[in-house]
Design a protein around this ligand. Structure first.
Ligand SMILES: Cc1cc2nc3c(=O)[nH]c(=O)nc-3n(C[C@H](O)[C@H](O)[C@H](O)COP(=O)(O)OP(=O)(O)OC[C@H]3O[C@@H](n4cnc5c(N)ncnc54)[C@H](O)[C@@H]3O)c2cc1C
Length: 417
């Protein structure tokens, strides 16, 4: 019996999962490797971090995915390195040989050389990060409600967010929403200080300047203190030093200022360009290794002389193209060049305020918010997750009840001096 060719996909993010779907029913064994037993729906991490959702609502079990596709095997493990010459993927205690490889390990937080940032801030890139942040944020609200020391309470309720891209904006708005939920539910008057620090003159730089200004106005109306054109010089324990000499103090510092490619050790030094990414061929192949593809956040690809954005649609489309090209190899055909179809972008500012900017469409306010919810809901994998997220969104929007709240009632009797 002839052995089927083995395609190894490293990383079960947007790119990896779409590659799996494209390779369903093809004449090959597909092996999907990820260090986690679930796919994380990253755009909703901020909702987990602020208690709007439970972590399991945005994690899709990979074992369940493997049951859907007969030719798919899921292996849990962290890939340490890849020998591109020998075509071997090295795990901690194992090694897997491949005929074709799709490398899709995404990105990790980038601290831009800012001293202290890595040690004293909370990044938001993985589900574990979101869980840690949720515990921190809810813990701070609890502590603030417990104490009679106004200074301590204010310190606990000072949140400093570094980075005014989509994640920073969404976090700032969601902490304001969380405060509203808590005050309504527990009849408190907690009033956090939310700082949003951005190095550019416009929030959400990938959107039009009009939408950037709109976002800034809406956040300021929610009480967020937006600092534009401001760089963080260094971070210390619960302190952020800005380049204009200001020192901000707060119990929670959230880092959303950037990401860089997250690539396991490769036995080859590539000409990695921007943010450590691998500059791929037009077909998404790794230069010099026609059997290996790099896709999603770790691949550098230009279209029309501009690098593609590190967003989910890029990863989804690249995962699909790489898989389709491997199918072409199997049929003896040449791989085809990748072409990105820009479907636009969307962001949420806070409850009932969102933005959508597509090639022929700009929406803001509650219509933009509804469309944002609709798009993300459709892309969320698994019907169980979709139904439970829909229910949570309804509760949050209509009844101001997120999935998780601090347990203020139970502690209201034990007050610290
Ligand atoms: C907080 C946040 C919010 C975002 N919001 C949006 C949004 O609203 N819309 C949008 O379009 N984009 C958004 N993005 C960007 C989007 O999430 C990424 O572009 C997209 O996830 C990239 O997909 P990927 O498949 O390349 O990598 P990822 O989705 O990051 O997946 C990488 C996978 O590889 C696995 N992995 C990593 N290293 C190893 C290893 N060594 N061994 C085994 N497995 C490994 C990880 O566990 C993970 O499952 C957001 C990003 C962040 C951080």
């Amino acid at each position: 019996m002839t052995q089927l060719p083995r395609i190894v996909i490293v990383g079960a993010g947007f790119a990896g999962i779409n590659a799996v779907k494209t390779l369903a029913r093809c004449q090959a064994q597909v092996c999907l490797i990820d260090c986690n037993p679930y796919h994380s729906f990253i755009p909703l991490l901020y909702q987990v971090a602020t208690g709007q959702l439970h972590p399991e609502q945005i994690g899709y079990p990979l074992g369940q995915l493997a049951q859907q596709y007969k030719n798919l095997e899921y292996r849990r493990g962290r890939v340490q390195g890849i020998d591109l010459d020998q075509k071997i993927v090295e795990l901690e205690r194992d090694a897997i040989a491949y005929d074709y490889l799709i490398l899709a390990t995404g990105a990790q937080a980038q601290f831009l050389g800012v001293s202290g940032a890595e040690n004293h801030t909370f990044p938001l890139k993985t589900l574990e990060d979101a869980i840690a942040l949720q515990q921190q944020i809810l813990g701070c609200f609890t502590e603030a409600a417990l104490t009679r020391n106004t200074e301590h309470s204010q310190h606990q309720l000072s949140f400093i967010i570094v980075g005014g891209g989509t994640t920073g904006v969404e976090m700032a708005g969601a902490i304001a929403d969380l405060t509203e939920n808590i005050n309504k539910k527990f009849n408190t008057r907690l009033s956090p200080r939310i700082f949003l620090i951005h190095s550019q003159g416009q929030l959400l730089g990938e959107f039009s300047s009009e939408l950037g200004e709109y976002t800034c106005k809406k956040l300021r109306r929610l009480g967020v203190k937006v600092h534009l054109d401001t760089k963080v010089q260094r971070v210390e324990d619960q302190q952020v030093h800005l380049d204009d000499g200001t020192i901000l103090e707060g119990a929670t510092i959230i880092w959303t200022a950037g990401v860089e490619a997250n690539i396991p050790d490769l036995n080859h030094d590539f000409d990695t360009s921007l943010k450590g990414k691998i500059q791929v061929e037009p077909t998404l192949q790794i230069p010099g290794y026609p059997h290996a593809y790099a896709v999603g956040d770790l691949a550098y690809f230009e279209q029309g002389n501009r690098p593609l954005p590190g967003v989910a649609p890029t990863a989804l489309q690249q995962g699909q193209t790489a898989a389709a090209n491997i199918k072409r190899h199997l049929q003896g055909q040449a791989p085809q060049a990748f072409h990105y179809e820009d479907k636009g972008r969307a962001a949420i500012i806070s409850r009932k305020i969102g933005l959508v900017q597509a090639p022929n469409l700009t929406l803001k306010g509650w219509v933009g918010w509804l469309l944002w919810l609709g798009i993300h809901w459709c892309y969320l994998p698994g019907w169980r997750n979709r139904l439970s997220v829909l229910q949570a969104w309804l509760r949050h929007t209509v009844f101001y009840r997120p999935a998780v709240l601090p347990r203020l009632k139970t502690i209201s009797t034990e007050v610290k001096e």
